[in-house]
Design a protein around this ligand. Structure first.
Ligand code: MG
Length: 268
């Protein structure tokens, strides 16, 4: 048993290197659903323009949400429903002409990755949305990995995986050893997640107040620590004070102004 626990800790420590090494002791800014909150992106979350703005601004990473249609097209969209239709129950043809706030059509994952490859320095924070059926989730994971490989974005320094589904996190962890995988919900402690082979946590920032022991617990286990969605300057300061690796925010420009961004950039 002792040997197993030691192996888990050793393995998670090795996994966390890809995130920590890039940050070089400072916090990484993750633009939530891209850097959408600016005129250039047309205020359209999860748009290709929002990805491009995050890349141009030089943030550490950019988060985005992925769902899958009935005919197995992966799409970058937050909700599970578009125009009253469940994405998983309809074919892509029924969604492909629907426009976002900035006039773009809903991006497929391939559309998104075609822009992502242009800036390899911007880490993709890939959120795969849960589905009611485990088989459907498994297929989503497998196809996501396939698409990332196709675009050559299949190294731990280019992409990390996050999900509210424990099944999705476990499957990514098994299929992509050495990659950072972070669970989003607070129904599992860091130790329970480590026991399942998951290398990181991405909790709502309020969770660290509710479970004050979880931050140190995650660190003892060598896990990476991310938090969402931190928009208020006071909450940003609290998370910076705690020492998290990554802060996910709708206001990456505000967060940037709070930290020594030049030093952060030079440390890459
Ligand atoms: Mg998300």
């Amino acid at each position: 048993m002792k040997k197993t626990i030691f192996s888990i800790i050793f393995c998670l420590t090795a996994i966390s290197v890809s995130v920590s090494a890039q940050k070089a002791g400072n916090v990484g800014i993750v633009a939530h659903r891209g850097y959408w909150n600016c005129p250039e992106a047309g205020y359209a979350r999860n748009s290709v323009a929002a990805l491009k703005c995050a890349q141009d601004a030089g943030f550490w990473g950019t988060e985005f949400d992925v769902n899958m249609t009935k005919d197995e097209v992966l799409v970058v969209f937050h909700d599970d429903t578009v125009a009253g239709k469940k994405i998983k129950d309809h074919d892509w043809a029924e969604f492909k002409d629907i426009r976002l706030e900035n006039g773009e059509t809903i991006p497929t994952l391939d559309d998104y990755l075609a822009q992502a490859v242009k800036h390899p320095e911007t880490v993709l924070v890939f959120e795969l949305k849960p589905a009611p059926e485990q088989e459907f989730e498994n297929r989503m994971v497998d196809l996501s990995v396939e698409r990332l490989k196709e675009f050559g974005i299949d190294t731990p320094d280019r992409v990390i995986f996050i999900s509210f589904s424990i099944n999705i996190c476990e499957r990514f962890a098994r299929k992509m050893p050495g990659f950072t995988v972070q669970y989003l919900d607070d129904d599992f402690s860091p130790a329970e997640l480590a026991g399942r082979g998951i290398s990181g946590v991405d909790y709502h920032y309020g969770v660290f107040g509710k479970h004050p022991e979880w931050y140190d617990e995650a660190r003892r286990l060598g896990m990476t620590v991310n938090c969402w969605t931190v928009n208020d300057p006071k909450d940003m300061e609290a998370m910076l004070g705690l020492g998290v690796d990554l802060i996910t925010t709708d206001c990456p420009d505000k967060l940037k102004s709070k930290i020594n961004f030049e030093k952060f950039q030079n440390n890459f």
